[in-house]
Structures are given as structure tokens and as C-alpha cells.
Design a protein around this ligand. Sequence first.
Ligand SMILES: Cc1ncc(COP(=O)(O)O)c(C=O)c1O
Length: 510
Amino acid sequence: MSGSKLRRYHAPVWDEPLIMEMTAPGRRGNVLPDPIEELDPSAALPAAVLRAAAPELPEVAEPDVLRHYLHLSQETMGMVGISLFGTCTMKYNPRVNEQLTARDGVAEIHPDQDDSSIQGLLEIVHRFDLMLRGLSGMDRFVFQPGGGAAAAYTHATVTRAYFADRGELGTRRDIITTSQAHPCNPATAAAAGFNVITLPLEDDGYPSVEALRSVLSERTAALMINNPDDMGIYNPHIKEWVDAVHEVGGLCFYDHANFNGVMGRLRAAELGFDACMFMLHKTFGVPKGGGGPAVGAYGCTDALAPYLPGPLVESTPDGFVRRENPGGVGRVREYLGNVNQVVKAYSWLLAMGGDGIKEAADLSVLANNYMERRLLALPGVTKSLARLTKHRLEMTRFSLEEYTAETGISAVNVQNRMTDFGIDAFWLSHEPWIVPEPFTPEAGETWSLEDIDYWIDVLAHVLEEGRTDPELVRTAPHQQVVGQLDGSTLDDPERWATTWRAYRRKNGLA
Ligand SMILES: Cc1ncc(COP(=O)(O)O)c(C=O)c1O
């Protein structure tokens, strides 16, 4: 133990009704009128789009509204605990970036505005594209994909368009990946109609070059791979892999989700890749909350640029313009995507600077190896493929297999109990689990030594609790807004409801 004093924590728990249930006819709050609201909508809009009846909005007094949303915010854990959430590089999201995007010039613009009226925003998109080109060596980026998986899908569709253009799509049917790739790679390849070949790991922790060569042929369309993988293992033969795929005419896509430990230290194009993706909502300090609004920045070489989804932002002598890409794959999301996240990532990268991100990469590897040393000293904790002694990069996947065998307490139980100390749940592993009872913390460069020590001290404390009072850990969390979740409703369309109308119908309310 580093001797942290574990802090007392209890989440506020409110028996909070839905806002729709709080309605009482005639109750009101006051907001100053907006000049736009003074326009007569029936004069400004075609009759076909006007409502026949007023919408059923809740009628609630101002203090009740304030108290309601305060309660909900108190019940939201968000990124306020120490969040060592591996394979996603959870980072602190600087407030200054939130302030920037809350300004009217970003928050209040409409995507259908004329280019001449959003020159500043288009310039940021263009400059950020140039910065990512610098980091990757690629020739062009788009920010339309709404996350890492969407960028992988963009690659699968770009691959399809590229080979269709060459009349080879009938033969180029295979996309190759490994059992340690994120599931979005095989899933998006399959969704785009390709056959997926998944290579198993071998003695060194990754498939051999020979294994790769044995599945390459004139049928190969692409390789989709991350490196380092989600166990933190870097495949040093990656250049040979890329060359081998190119020899048979295939394309190579670098899933850069785990970019944090190698930022500014390697460039996808120099390894020979044809395309790559960066996650602005992870590596670039942008919020990742609950699956949403994210950006998977997709970059490629000039050879693939004709197939990119439009619109593309360009700098011309007359200013910045959006132009369609007629030979491209079409939209993968609306307009320029979650463009305010691009503004945050641009601000983050400007603040960090070239040297800053190299230093952040080094710090994240250092922090991980510090953690690894302390975690492996805890009885019952081992690391994935423990026989491999080389340093892992920015994260390590650990295992509680021995601890579970000793106590019957699972990694999920430990994860739940740790949240009782006010820290965010750790990440276990993508499915399917290759490592038994996995957990994958990632410190990155964001968290202080005190935070990292505290996190490890909480884990050590919970592991001890599991030995002395297993029921306490098995039934956790006890100090949280909710206890153990019943996930069965998520799979049952008869029970879940995403609108008030559906909620009323499914619960037999009037
Ligand atoms: C290696 C890797 N690739 C892709 C993804 C998918 O990213 P997103 O969650 O933004 O869709 C993840 C997410 O964890 C990942 O770890």
C-alpha cells in the first residue's frame, strides 16, 4: 500500500420522478423571449409541417425544474471519479474546451449555413486535418464517422469502393484481422460484406508473419489491425505485415485507438499503412460520455481519397469551402459529423504542441509500468500472457483468475465494489474474453501519482475485503446511486422504453 487514507463516499440517492410525471397544469418558469420566437411560425413555415395540436410538454414550476435537474446531475457519476478505463484512454476533459464550444460561433451555427458565414469553423476543421496529417503521414482526414467503430466501417466501405472501381470486388473478398483486434474491425468488415479471417495469437503475443502469409492471396482486400493491442503488446513486425499485404495487392488499415503510448513516436504512413483512424473522444482529450457524441477521425493516402465520404473541407484562394466528393462512399453521418468535438480536439492539440504530445506518450507508458509493478505485487493479480517480460506500452491487461479461484469473487464483483470508494468502474475486456477474469486499467498522462496510488490502494483494500467478508464484495455496490443492474431489460423490447409515450404504453399507464 502507498498508505492512502481511503475516503468516505456515498452517492446521493433521490427517488426522482420523470419530468413528465411532475407536470401540473398551469405551472410555469420564466425565460426572456428570444427574438426568433416572436416570428409567426404559421407565416414562416409551410402548413404541412405545422402541428395540428400543441406538443404535450410538462408544465413545471421553475424551482422544481432546477431541483429536478440538480438531483439528476448529482446522480450522474460522469468523469469525476478517478477513471482508469483502458483501451479507451479516458482523459480529463479540459473545461476551457467546453467553454470554447459553448460560444455562439460554434454552438449556434446551423450546418446548412452558407460557407461564407462559417469560415472560422471551416478553418479549424482544415487546420486540424493538416495537424493529423502531420501526426500520421496520411494525405487527408475526414471527421464524419461518429466514433472508432464508425471509422472502421468507413474503412470497410472505402475498401469496397476502391476495389469496385478496379473491377476486383468479385475476387477481393477477405479482410484479415487478429483475435486481439477490437471487435469493431471484424464486425464492420462483415457488415460491408467481406469474409473475415481472424488470426490467433502465438507465442510472442501476436500472430507470426508466417501465419499472416498463409492467409494472403489474390482474395485479400485488407488488413484491419491495432498495435499495440488491448493487452498493451506491440507487434514489432508490423512493417513486414504491411509489406506482405501490399505484395498481394491488399490495403492496410491502422486502428489507432491505442495511440496514446506512441503519439508523436511513429507515423502510420511510414509503416506503410494506407489508412488509419484516431479517436478524438479518447486520445485527443474530448469527452466520451456514454457512447456519445464522438469522432473517429479517418485518414487515408491520396490513393483512397477519391472514395472518402463528403463533404470535404478545402482551402481555396476565396476562403474555406465544403465540397462533395462525387466518387466517394456517400455520407457515413450527417454534415461534417460532431464538428464541435473537432474544435475541442484542435484546442487540445494546440495546447499540447508537438513536444507536449511526445511527452504525454512517454508519461503514459511510464505511468502504466509504475502501475503494473504495484499491481503485480498484490496477491491474486497476474498479467495477461505473463511469460512475456517486455514492457507493455500505455496499458496492460491483468487477470484476477487466481484470486477468483481462491475467493469465488469475480472481476465484475471487484469492479462494482471499487465504485463504492468514489472511483469509476474499470474496464474489463472486449468480448470474447481471451484472458480469464480480466481487468484493463489505463492511467495515461492525465492522472497524478496520488490518483494512481489511490486507485491501486482501493483495489488492494477490496481484494482484502473479498478474503475477509466476501458477501460485502459480492453484493456491491452499496454506496452508489444504484446497486447491481438488472441488464435483462436491455434485451427485452417489451420492457425498455425510449419515449414517454412508449413508457406509458408498456407500463399500462393512461
Ligand atoms: C482498439 C479499439 N478500436 C476501436 C474501438 C471502437 O471505438 P468507439 O467506442 O469509439 O466506437 C475501441 C473502443 O474501445 C478500441 O479499443
